[in-house]
Design a protein around this ligand. Structure first.
Ligand code: UD1
Length: 352
């Protein structure tokens, strides 16, 4: 059995690492392709190292660009790689542009595609990731879902039940493995406990007025607890262009996986617009405030510690105050988020 994995952006790496490891233990031949969608050391190299991912066999070096350019470059550059390597399965992860481009290409080539983290839906088609999820799941041959809501979404879209395997949350496999190695980041002035923040969604950062509103709210929250903000390159560029200083916050470069995990583990609360962080905080039992109108991970709201505050900054401040007063949400860990999802994926792939 030969499996070719395609990764491209930061949130793919922690999902692919345990699947590669589980397949390696079972003796599968594997090829790792990095599309190069993320290329900054802080978003890619550091993560690869800390997660113990092997050096990619191929790097397509597509870099940044419009969605059309990025997707088209991946299609063009991945085709000869797949034709030459002749894998039995191509595995794609999550919902980034690299995911949908690889899935589309392989389905056209008649190469079987497995999608890890299938079935999640925000029902908001203005999000690029939602389009990526919908299309990837339509062409995938095997769909690995993290939770029961994802199975239901796929059934509604007419995906045959025979293609779906509910395996649990593979991101949690990495968290469980690396939690003991989480390490305190070297940030001068970092408090023992703080509120880490991540923001990079176009809906929050591309419009200068929205970005300013969020940063102002964070500055007010920072009067009660230290707010630490590792700034994604996209957000940094937008802040610079709009002249937003965020003086009351502790700003840093994007952190490594182990350093950010340390911050989450010791956090008073986390404020984010990321998908994966909503899940990680639920697993860790840390209150999470999500600055989005919707989430493709509703189980973090129903079972976990997540609260959607939308674009209502008064609500964000109110919820943060509630948490700092000791009245944050307590949640439960969803079923199958047990650190063994990648074992189930590897077994299913080898049987398929
Ligand atoms: C991508 C994913 C998003 C994911 C996020 C995690 C898509 C559609 N979006 O968003 O789902 O949550 O990754 O980070 O696939 N840039 C750099 N260095 C890099 C990469 C990007 O400076 O290594 C800058 C460039 O200015 C680029 C911008 O960030 O134009 C956006 O990068 P892109 O890969 O298009 O999307 P992300 O916002 O990172």
């Amino acid at each position: 059995m030969k499996v070719l994995h395609v990764v491209g952006a930061r949130p793919n790496f922690m999902k692919a690492a345990p699947v590669l490891a589980a397949l390696k233990r079972r003796g599968a031949r594997q090829v790792l392709v990095h599309t190069g969608q993320h290329y900054d050391a802080s978003l890619s190299d550091v993560q690869f190292r800390q997660l113990g991912l092997p050096r990619p066999d191929e790097n397509l070096e597509v870099g940044s660009g419009s969605h059309a350019q990025q997707t088209a470059l991946i299609l063009g550059r991945l085709e000869p790689v797949v034709l030459a390597r002749r894998p039995d399965w191509v595995v794609v992860y999550g919902d980034v542009n690299s995911t949908v481009a690889a899935a589309l290409l392989c389905s056209k080539l008649g190469v079987k595609v497995a999608h890890v983290e299938a079935g999640l839906r925000s029902f908001d088609r203005s999000m690029p990731e939602e389009i990526n999820r919908l299309l990837t799941d339509q062409v995938a041959d095997l769909l690995f879902t993290p939770s029961v809501d994802a199975d239901a979404n796929l059934a509604c879209e007419g995906v045959a039940a025979s293609k779906i395997r509910r395996v649990g949350n593979v991101m949690i496999d990495t968290l469980v493995r690396l939690l003991p190695k989480a390490r305190r980041p070297r940030i001068p002035g970092l408090a023992e406990r703080c509120i880490p923040v991540t923001l990079h969604r176009p809906s929050n950062v591309d419009d200068p007025a929205s970005l300013r509103r969020v940063v102002r709210a964070l500055e007010r929250i920072a009067r009660r607890a230290q707010v630490v903000f590792p700034v994604h390159p996209r957000t940094r560029a937008r802040m610079k262009a709009a002249g937003i200083k965020a003086s009351g916050l502790l700003l840093t470069e994007p952190l490594g996986y182990l350093e950010f995990l340390y911050l989450q583990k010791h956090a008073l609360a986390v404020i984010t617009d990321s998908g994966g962080i909503q899940e990680e905080t639920t697993f860790l039992g840390v209150p999470c405030l999500t600055v989005r109108r919707n989430t493709e991970r509703p189980i973090t709201l129903t079972l976990g510690t997540n609260v959607l505050v939308g674009e209502d900054m008064a609500r964000l401040e109110k919820e943060a105050g509630r948490i700092l007063d000791g009245r944050g949400r307590r949640g439960r860990v969803p079923p199958l988020w047990d650190g063994r999802a990648s074992e189930r994926i590897a077994d299913a792939l080898l049987r398929a």
